[in-house]
Write a protein that binds this ligand. Structure first.
Ligand code: SAM
Length: 334
């Protein structure tokens, strides 16, 4: 049999022990992934209900890996593979994990926009499993970063904080509705794979300029407004948005709001092949909150990404993006 890679080896340990915990705790696979991740982090088996025989099997699995020999990226990949398997079992479309290739690309954009900064604060108001946020952190390890994150789903917050612990990232997590008042100071950078759809809380929505005049408001519009509220002047926001953002209902109001509060830095359309259907396709939308020193780029960065597997085309795009940065020279340092 071919040798397993380090990531495969760690995934196998997480997978095997999660399956044992599913039986022992009568829980879902995703819950078991968080439990086994916490065990690996604490270096002990925390669940008292586990039988002696299963404990021995789990210990034997854990003894096969030494986390100290793993990089944060290897740990993230193995753990997220298991989380992905768990989410396939029971997830709603809006809770889907941000795919690896997309997260890596957002991480690259964050590193380009923050080039020359010593450090920054970052916030993901819809952190889910933490895949997007921790990928961005792993891509910006040379900088001092203060990170915070929110999700309304308590299980996902657990999955995310265990992932952050295993990768040795210190992230402040909150389990709450991000469209309520937040305990977060304004940050330099926001990353968010926006939950797309209606926000059921009409009373809460009424506090936003972008609320619908009738019926439920779009959660993704409110998330953009809330994110701008919690960004410092001159800070950058990187959103994964549906491609229909500027053609659907209330697009005019959204446009006017964005014009007043921000400058548009770029819109990068992701390859359609990443999505189940064209309606679900997304782009990376980059804006900067207005401030005294903020200047709009002469021309926004507008790119259609090829398939990530097409290396030649990708290299061409990266060159185009590098050239854009050279021309626009982002000189603002927060
Ligand atoms: N970037 C995440 C990842 O890598 O796993 C995926 C984010 S997923 C597309 C959107 C997330 O928004 C879901 O985890 C969902 O629970 C969360 N969400 C939806 N409505 C929310 C709200 N009002 N407040 C906070 N989180 C919310």
């Amino acid at each position: 049999m071919a040798q397993l890679s380090a990531v495969e080896k760690l995934f196998t340990v997480i997978d095997n022990t999660s399956m044992i915990l599913v039986e022992e705790l009568s829980c879902t696979y995703l819950e078991a992934v968080a439990e086994t991740g916490e065990n690996l982090f604490q270096n002990t088996i925390l669940q008292e209900e586990v039988s002696e025989i299963s404990k021995k099997r789990i210990e034997k699995e854990y003894s096969q890996v030494n986390l100290k020999q793993y990089s944060a990226e290897e740990i993230r990949k193995a753990y997220q593979l298991a989380a992905l398997k768990g989410m396939k079992e029971a997830t709603q479309p809006n809770h889907e994990m941000t795919p690896d290739a997309v997260s890596i690309f957002v991480g690259y954009l964050v590193s380009k926009f923050t080039e020359g900064w010593k450090g920054f604060s970052i916030f993901d108001p819809a952190v889910g499993t933490g895949n997007l946020l921790t990928t961005v952190l792993n891509q910006n390890q040379s900088k001092e970063i203060e990170a915070s994150a929110i999700d309304v789903d308590d299980l996902l917050v657990k999955v995310a904080y265990v992932s952050a612990n295993l990768q040795q990232h210190s992230i402040q997590f909150y389990n709450q509705d991000s469209l309520q008042p937040l305990y977060i100071d304004p940050v330099d950078v926001i990353v968010c794979d926006l939950p797309v759809g209606y926000y059921p809380n009409d009373i809460g929505a009424a506090n936003f300029e972008l609320h619908a005049k009738e019926g439920h408001s779009y959660a993704h519009h409110l998330f953009i407004e809330q994110s701008l509220k919690y960004t410092k002047e001159g800070g950058y926001l990187f959103f994964l948005v549906p491609n229909h953002l500027f053609t659907s209902e209330y697009a005019k109001e959204l446009n006017a709001f964005l014009k007043e509060k921000s400058v548009i830095q770029g819109m990068i359309q992701l390859p359609l092949s990443l999505f189940k259907n064209e309606n679900a396709a997304k782009s990376i939308f980059v804006i900067q909150k207005k401030g005294p020193e903020v200047k709009a780029p002469k021309q926004a960065l507008l790119v259609n990404l090829p398939k990530f597997s097409n290396q030649t085309a990708m290299a061409g795009i990266i060159k185009q993006i590098d050239d854009w940065f050279k021309q626009e020279k982002h000189e603002i340092k927060l």
